[in-house]
Design a binder for this molecule. Structure first.
Ligand code: HEC
Ligand code: HEC
Ligand code: HEC
Ligand code: HEC
Ligand code: HEC
Length: 413
């Protein structure tokens, strides 16, 4: 039995919902038990979905990883704020909470709290989590029959996870759930936007891939396994990284292989790039609508002077009601062009380039990057204005995926 500490007393207040008899029995005398509020709407949101700060006390490692992740910024980024406003200006209040369905899924249980979230966001320093510990660990099930799949919550003292035998603790009960090790858990928020079922899904046919057939789940790549403490001071065991590497982070190194063949044919040459995506879903994922991956071929001639460069994009271009291209997927009524790399696809790109004249050799450089945010000037300028770091915000940084460089001799033998 753990010693009685102010910590234990605090822990009893993590969840303010109905206190289970087992928990009461485990509590030392003198500790005030929070009133059994029951699982009704009378429980304030911040009690039903305790803030991640409350879990930090015992799960420091997980917290620090999560804090560095995109998920922890799901309602904080300037691109999100500006596009949310644009969406709300056109959607009206009826669907005004749509974006929160995944960016702050507590609104699924508290639909009348959309306004609270909007106010919190406007404050610039929200006290509520978007996708925090509770928003993920209180998911009891995912209804995969619905599109997009729907997460169902069980709000209470029980935290779900994939351990079969979690150690006991004074803050919460733990229940094992196979769901947490399965792709369908993640797909609940990564498949598609609700109301956009007439547009193709974001991930593509992920469930038919070699990776999935081999038993690789989303977690295998995006929550890589390690060995360590799950809670402070507990014995070491299998743990899962919570920094959710994706666009940022280590997983990128395994995204593609690139083979480049250059055929010098007099005044013109051909650069053939064979890209093999190792990613078992679309690359990039086409939400938000401006996401795109750039493939750049640059030729350096004499004295390393640039003689040619060409860019091609992997993206999904949405058409609005009038058939005009828009970078806002929520204005999309159709798809005008879709060049995203499909799951595990091999794509061949041929570039015909002018062979540099009077040069003994040329450098062929092929680079693949995630493009920075782009769009109409008013939108981009507003994002710059709102971002704490202005143009230095990560949204404006290209992120390199892969690079190839070769020197090709041009001397005729
Ligand atoms: C409750 C909804 C929700 C669930 C469940 C969820 N995600 Fe996410 N995820 C998000 C949101 C929202 C973002 C985007 C945050 C942002 O950048 O604004 C995100 C971002 C990510 C990113 C980072 C993307 C990037 O651009 O780098 C990865 C990787 C990711 N999620 C993987 C997963 C995996 C793996 C799972 C399952 C274990 C999962 N997610 C479950 C909502 C969710
Ligand atoms: C079905 C769940 C879902 C819905 C609904 C949704 N998003 Fe997202 N959003 C995500 C996920 C997941 C990511 C991370 C995507 C990735 O990196 O591939 C994301 C990323 C983003 C990003 C880029 C990351 C960032 O925070 O800057 C923006 C901006 C964004 N969403 C805006 C919106 C807006 C505006 C709406 C409503 C019109 C919306 N989203 C609705 C799941 C959703
Ligand atoms: C996007 C959803 C998501 C978020 C956010 C999230 N988790 Fe997890 N967590 C998971 C999943 C899924 C697993 C199981 C992973 C597996 O089995 O591969 C897990 C596993 C765990 C585990 C057991 C394994 C380990 O690494 O210790 C703990 C403890 C945990 N989470 C605590 C937290 C805490 C605390 C937070 C907030 C700081 C948090 N989680 C945020 C989805 C999430
Ligand atoms: C008083 C300390 C304490 C607090 C506070 C706490 N936890 Fe835990 N938690 C633990 C311990 C101890 C374990 C067991 C770890 C083990 O088995 O190695 C655990 C296990 C877990 C697991 C794994 C459960 C499973 O079945 O796989 C998850 C998920 C989790 N906690 C989430 C949370 C979340 C979310 C919060 C905040 C709302 C939180 N914890 C707050 C101590 C705490
Ligand atoms: C075999 C490993 C693997 C599996 C399994 C996998 N992914 Fe990925 N995923 C990647 C790689 C690699 C990238 C990085 C691509 C890059 O940044 O170039 C990525 C990128 C992402 C991103 C962010 C990048 C973007 O284009 O917006 C999200 C979000 C994501 N994956 C979600 C998922 C979800 C959800 C699943 C499960 C259905 C999943 N992934 C399964 C390897 C995997």
């Amino acid at each position: 039995m753990k010693t009685v500490s102010p910590m234990a007393r605090w822990a009893a207040g993590v969840f303010a919902v109905s206190v289970l008899p087992a928990m009461v029995a485990g509590l030392p005398v003198g500790v005030t038990v929070p009133p059994a509020a029951g699982e009704d709407a009378a429980t304030p949101l911040e009690k039903a979905f305790p803030h991640s700060q409350k879990c930090k006390r015992c799960h420091l490692r997980v917290f620090e990883e999560w804090e560095a992740s995109a998920q922890s910024r799901s309602i904080l980024s300037a691109p999100f704020h500006v596009s949310l406003e644009r969406y709300r200006n056109t959607s009206g209040d009826a669907d005004g909470g749509m974006c929160f369905r995944c960016h702050a899924p507590s609104v699924l249980e508290y639909p009348d709290h959309v306004g609270v979230y909007l106010k919190e966001i406007a404050s610039g320093d929200p006290n509520l989590d978007g996708v925090g510990c509770s928003q993920c660990h209180l998911i009891k099930d995912v209804d995969s029959e619905r599109h997009p799949p729907h997460p169902t919550y069980q709000l209470g003292r029980v935290v779900f996870g994939s351990y079969e035998k979690p150690a006991d603790n004074l803050a919460h009960q733990s229940a094992p759930s196979a769901l947490y090790g399965q792709s369908r858990y993640c797909v609940a928020c990564h498949e598609n936007l609700p109301g956009y079922e007439n547009l193709p899904d974001l991930l593509g046919p992920w469930h038919k891939t070699e990776a999935q057939k081999k038993g690789k789940q989303c977690q295998s790549c995006h929550m890589p396994e390690a060995f360590g403490e799950s809670a402070n001071g507990e014995r070491n065991r299998k743990i899962s990284n919570h920094s959710f590497p994706g666009r940022f982070g280590k997983v990128r190194a395994d995204a593609v292989t690139m083979d480049v063949e250059t055929d010098v044919r007099g005044k013109e040459s051909e650069v053939k790039v064979t890209i093999r995506s190792l990613v078992p879903h679309n690359l990039p994922l086409p939400h938000p609508g401006w996401s795109r991956v750039e493939l750049d071929v640059t030729i350096l001639g004499k004295n390393l002077r640039k003689t040619y460069s060409e860019q091609r994009y992997y993206e999904r271009v949405f058409g609005d009601q009038n058939g005009k291209a828009t970078i806002f997927d929520f204005e999309g009524a159709s798809v005008l062009r879709d060049t995203v790399l499909k799951p595990e696809e091999t794509r061949v790109e041929r570039f015909v380039i002018p062979t540099p004249a009077d040069a003994p050799s040329m450098d062929v450089i092929v680079t693949m990057t995630y493009s920075p945010i782009h769009g109409p000037d008013d939108f981009v300028n507003e994002v710059v204005r709102r971002a704490a770091l202005g143009r230095k915000d990560r949204a404006f940084q290209p992120v390199r995926i892969s690079r190839y460089k070769e020197n090709i001799s041009l001397e005729t033998p």
